[in-house]
Design a protein around this ligand. Sequence first.
Ligand SMILES: [Ca+2]
Ligand SMILES: [Ca+2]
Length: 182
Amino acid sequence: MLTHLAIFALVAVSISGQPLQGRSQKTELLVAVGILEEQVQDVKQKVIALPNSGALCPYPYKQVLDECFYLSKVKLNWNQARQYCQGMQGDLATPRNVYALKSFVIDTAAEVTEAWLGATDQSSEGTWNWLDGRPVASDWAGGQPDDAGGNEDCLDLRTKWHPTLNDYQCGVAQHFVCQYNA
Ligand SMILES: [Ca+2]
Ligand SMILES: [Ca+2]
């Protein structure tokens, strides 16, 4: 605070035309401007680092990085889960950061060890795309997707597995993650 006052005093004296001791008036002002610019940058960084006010994610969604998720309390099959999410202005989750979502699921309900996400190969066996069109290119658990029994066409997250993604039977009722898309 003293630093601020000293700078403002310096600037005020300079503007008023009073001579400054030591270095020239111009040099003193340039130094003062430099210090002010540094402090503006410092304040900007602090504002950027402030937590989001929560406006990004409407209830009952929660913010995870820059996305909004909801972990269900009920268990439904994949198609029912998708309807449920669409009924809350979202869809099954298509996270850009799978491990951030995984942390969210573990933190929210440690007892939930598998949850439906928004990807399926029902339209073309073996071709895995998120509902937003991106390929499911990474984060598959070892040996997955394996289409076990020729009947695994929906994507779920396994919190106890690493890597964490698995194809599973779409008809199984389990927890799911919805994502709000503004
Ligand atoms: Ca399959
Ligand atoms: Ca599988």
